[in-house]
Write a protein that binds this ligand. Sequence first.
Ligand code: IPE
Ligand code: IPE
Ligand code: MG
Ligand code: MG
Ligand code: MG
Length: 312
Amino acid sequence: MSAQNGSKQFEARLGEIAALTETLLDRLLAPAPVAGERARPARLLEAMRYASLGGGKRFRPFLVVESAALFDVPEDRSLMAGAALECIHCYSLVHDDLPAMDNDDLRRGRPTLHRAYDEATGILAGDSLLTFAFDILGRPETHPDPAVRIALVLELARAAGLGGMAGGQMLDLAAEGRFDAAPTPLDLAAVQELQAMKTGALLRYGCTAGALLGGADTAQLQALTRFGAIIGEAFQIADDLLDVEGDAATVGKATGKDADAHKATAVGILGVAKAREKLLHLVDEAEQTLAPFGKHADVLKAAARFVAERRA
Ligand code: IPE
Ligand code: IPE
Ligand code: MG
Ligand code: MG
Ligand code: MG
């Protein structure tokens, strides 16, 4: 397949998976309580729906579904795992935007959740989306084998928590100098570590989850996990470039904030031109990682290009 066909096919798949994820989340976040729940308080449910429906690229569910597709996993299963990951992602955005964190007013082209509602509702909607992810993974519809479900849960807990996204967010704020008199200048290796945690861990999980759903062998699991980690690194560099070069109307969130906030970014250390070079290198590396899967992985390879070239 030519690179151009690959990217067309990628766009079509991203669109399809986004639509299916939207439908699934809409169904999962219905007003009626499920077994074990007493009630679904309307304001909290509405806020969870605000945070998770009607926006976002759905790139993480795409990674789950397309990684799983390498092993012919039925899509209704991989979409469940993708929806779980998207819940964690949406929660991370809600909390990231809070005044105590990045203090943002615009997200996905709309007011941030705490702006549309209030801070307490934002905190609780985040808590509930985080927990809901594990509810989704625990359901037999995600995978009939409980051992696979436990593996999915364990990996997601580790990707999202202390040693993953939440830990990375802590390092991100610490580097700004929030807890000290002044920002702590980080070297490139320390920034890469921070970004591998705050952003890389969830993207990497997307690919790992696909492999776990598909019963991949060790080499396949390692290759996909490595691909996800590289994509994750590239994704945050692209995000940091958009903060410098993008405009809010296109990106759907405020730009031009990271330098003023003394955020530790690869772009801040390398400069725009070198960061862009690094990004292209990462795309090549990501593509090479998928070589063992041959043509079956063309859509995932095109996804790597998308990460580097995206404008939103
Ligand atoms: C934004 O993620 C936050 C980062 C980790 C860089 P996305 O760019 O995937 O945001 P949505 O989901 O498309 O809104
Ligand atoms: C986000 O990093 C990482 C998360 C875990 C949400 P950013 O703070 O750069 O993400 P945006 O730019 O607000 O989307
Ligand atoms: Mg942040
Ligand atoms: Mg932010
Ligand atoms: Mg950013």
